[in-house]
Write a protein that binds this ligand. Structure first.
Ligand SMILES: [Zn+2]
Length: 203
């Protein structure tokens, strides 16, 4: 059973976001020998260049998560292409990795909007959806509920599950070791979305 863990690396928008959360996640993944996929917001990479670089340097697949993290359908055509370009420049220059073709729409908004999908494709991107989400971005979530829901939903989905997590919530940091352990015991093989879809970063 292949499982692709994905982390949206972005400026937090809620209260449970201790500094150092992203670094702890990267360390947990490293100690478990797990490669994941990180969709990096351009402005986040600019604010935390060492952290963004360490994500790439530890072997995770890198994608773009836009620059300003605005709902993409709200942007004009010009705004859309500016945002994609700014994010690409920031992520590529800071991590050394061309994020194409991997992209995750902020909030998943625009994934079914032909104008957004077209703008992404024109720049060489595809939106990567998810099949498992434990709502780790919600303030009331606990580590136990994030762990249990992630494990249960992943096992229910089976082979090829793509798990949505974020780099900033405290419950996610606390839940990750248990998620890795329980899914492994259940036979999970952790892969990047590139391995799942059979392709790699261009750069
Ligand atoms: Zn996001």
């Amino acid at each position: 059973m292949r499982v692709a863990l994905t982390f949206d690396a972005e400026h937090p928008s809620r209260s449970q976001c201790p500094s150092g959360a992203a670094g702890e996640l990267v360390a947990s993944l490293a100690s478990a020998g797990v490669r994941a996929t990180f969709f990096i917001q351009g402005r986040w990479a600019t604010a935390y260049p060492l952290l963004a670089r360490s994500v790439a340097a530890t072997g995770h697949l890198i994608g773009s998560h836009s620059h300003f993290h605005a709902p993409l359908p709200n942007l004009t055509d010009r705004g859309l292409s500016d945002d994609l370009e700014k994010a690409e420049t920031a992520v590529w220059h800071i991590t050394g990795v061309d994020p194409r073709p991997w992209f995750r729409c902020p909030f998943g908004d625009g994934a079914n909007d032909p104008r957004v999908v077209g703008a992404l494709a024109e720049r060489g991107y595809r939106h990567v959806p998810w099949s498992v989400a434990a709502s780790d971005w919600e303030d009331e979530r606990t580590a136990q509920s994030v762990e249990d829901d992630t494990v249960d939903q992943t096992l229910a989905f089976g082979d090829g599950a793509i798990v949505l997590l974020h780099t900033w919530p405290a419950p996610t940091v606390a839940a990750l070791p248990g998620i890795l352990k329980r899914l492994r015991l259940a036979g999970a093989q952790f892969v990047t979305v590139g391995e799942l879809f059979g392709s790699r970063n261009r750069g």
